[in-house]
Design a protein around this ligand. Structure first.
Ligand SMILES: Cc1cc2nc3c(=O)[nH]c(=O)nc-3n(C[C@H](O)[C@H](O)[C@H](O)COP(=O)(O)OP(=O)(O)OC[C@H]3O[C@@H](n4cnc5c(N)ncnc54)[C@H](O)[C@@H]3O)c2cc1C
Length: 402
């Protein structure tokens, strides 16, 4: 017999776990199933964000840093982020927070792959397949979907994305500032596109150090990069990152004797438009709902706000389909920045440098998190170089397709 539930969450990643937690905390009293295919071990995952605190995700953060380093060539600062803090949560911590909420409600979490969704007037039928290949179907009034069963994924890497190489570094001597993230350090080679360095310390002797570059299809490839591409002895695409990471560890962080204990090459799709919209009981969440900001690659704070709004709608018996944060203006700005990165990466670096050097950190963080007041948005736009301001005239034109 087909099991019928009030809600199913597809995908137990950032969005699925935060939504399950927020529903468990809320007065909503329905039945819920959380389904994940187990393909991404949570022990290997983690998410960072910045916030002024007070939210349930903030309370669960496993790292909270009050300061940030930002640097551009010839300029470097250690900034007090107040009233913000930079936070991170490990996959394990988010998992156990959610597990406690599910257990308290008697809700079930299942390891299975969602194969298809079928909508009808009364709800949604979800076809699931477990690890042994056995199938079953469940029905639900609401399906919160971070997965898109059967959806093509090729567009994710064909479109704009962040390409990064991160290493876990362990040093023999105290090396890292334990109360500061290196949020953005532009002092790295820019020949392979707009790129920056990022450092998240886990102790005075250990940190994750990443080189991140924006990849925007259609960008002009620099002569140096063309030469590198032609050099088949290089292991592309991580090799330019690897050289730059080694140089940064040596010349900027001055790490002495150390070990690389972990290495991760990853991609974060930067979608200006959400790939999926609510329809007939299926509500996209997470990256599918466009919650990952196309100009930064951060998304979990927006997913958390979306989860809070969904839980509130469910608790009052309202339709949770249209409570996602309103992002049209922010998307237009992101699309404009991606266009600058594509057409003129050096100019994009200038824009970021201007943002970091001319404004108080709280204003920049609010702007990047789409929480800045209209006045602060105007101040930031007014401070941009003339070429960028002239582009701003097209910022509120229809959002570009990539
Ligand atoms: C490497 C990387 C690092 C990132 N770091 C940050 C960060 O620090 N801060 C930040 O704000 N954002 C970060 N992002 C961006 C974004 O927030 C994350 O990608 C986030 O995990 C997206 O959340 P999601 O729930 O949409 O997808 P996911 O977290 O990927 O969750 C989807 C889940 O669904 C499962 N699944 C997939 N298909 C099926 C199926 N058919 N059936 C059942 N389950 C399925 C997957 O295994 C996965 O567990 C990062 C992105 C990447 C790629």
């Amino acid at each position: 017999m087909t099991e019928t539930l009030d809600a199913v969450i597809l995908g137990g990643g950032a969005a699925g776990l935060t939504l399950a937690s927020r529903l468990a905390d809320s007065p909503w009293r329905g039945s819920l199933l959380l389904v994940d295919d187990g393909a991404h071990a949570l022990a290997d995952r983690g998410w960072a964000w910045w916030s002024t605190g007070g939210g349930p995700l903030d309370a669960a953060a496993t790292t909270t840093l009050a300061h940030a380093y930002v640097a551009v060539p010839g300029w470097e600062r250690r900034l007090d982020l107040a009233p913000y803090a930079y936070r991170a949560i490990t996959g394990e911590a988010l998992d156990s927070l959610t597990g406690a909420g599910l257990a308290a409600r008697g809700w079930v979490r299942e390891t299975a792959t969602a194969r298809s969704l079928t909508r009808d007037d009364a709800g949604v039928t979800v076809a699931l397949e477990d690890g042994s290949g056995a199938g079953r179907v469940v029905r639900a009034r609401h399906v919160f979907d971070s997965v898109g069963p059967g959806a093509a994924r090729s567009h994710l890497v064909d479109g704009p994305h962040l390409d990064f190489l991160g290493v876990g570094v362990e040093c023999d001597a105290d090396t890292f500032d334990t109360d500061a993230v290196t949020f953005m350090d532009l002092r790295t080679d820019q020949e392979d596109g707009l790129a920056f360095m990022y450092v998240l310390p886990t102790s005075a002797r250990a940190a994750v150090v990443e080189r991140v570059r924006f990849v925007v299809p259609g960008a002009e490839v620099s002569p140096v990069e063309k030469e590198r591409e032609a050099d088949e002895s290089l292991e592309r695409p991580t090799q330019p990152h690897a050289h730059q990471l080694t140089a940064y560890l040596r010349d900027v962080l001055h790490v002495g004797d150390h070990r690389i204990v972990h290495r991760e090459h990853g991609l974060i799709p930067l979608l200006v438009q959400p790939p999926s919209h609510p329809a007939g009981g299926v509500v996209p969440i997470g990256a599918r709902a466009g919650m990952v900001k196309a100009s930064t690659g951060y998304g979990i704070a927006r997913m958390e706000r979306h989860a809070v709004a969904i839980a509130a709608a469910m608790a009052r018996g309202a339709d949770p389909a249209h409570v996602a944060p309103h992002r049209r203006g922010a998307r237009a700005l992101d699309a404009a920045l991606l266009r600058v990165i594509r057409d003129d990466p050096r100019a994009a670096a200038e824009i970021l440098a201007g943002l970091l050097t001319r404004h108080p950190p709280a204003r920049v963080l609010a702007f990047l998190d789409e929480q800045a007041s209209v006045g602060d948005q105007a101040r930031i736009i007014a401070s941009l170089p003339e070429f960028a301001r002239s582009r701003a005239r097209s910022w509120f034109a229809p959002v570009a397709r990539w």
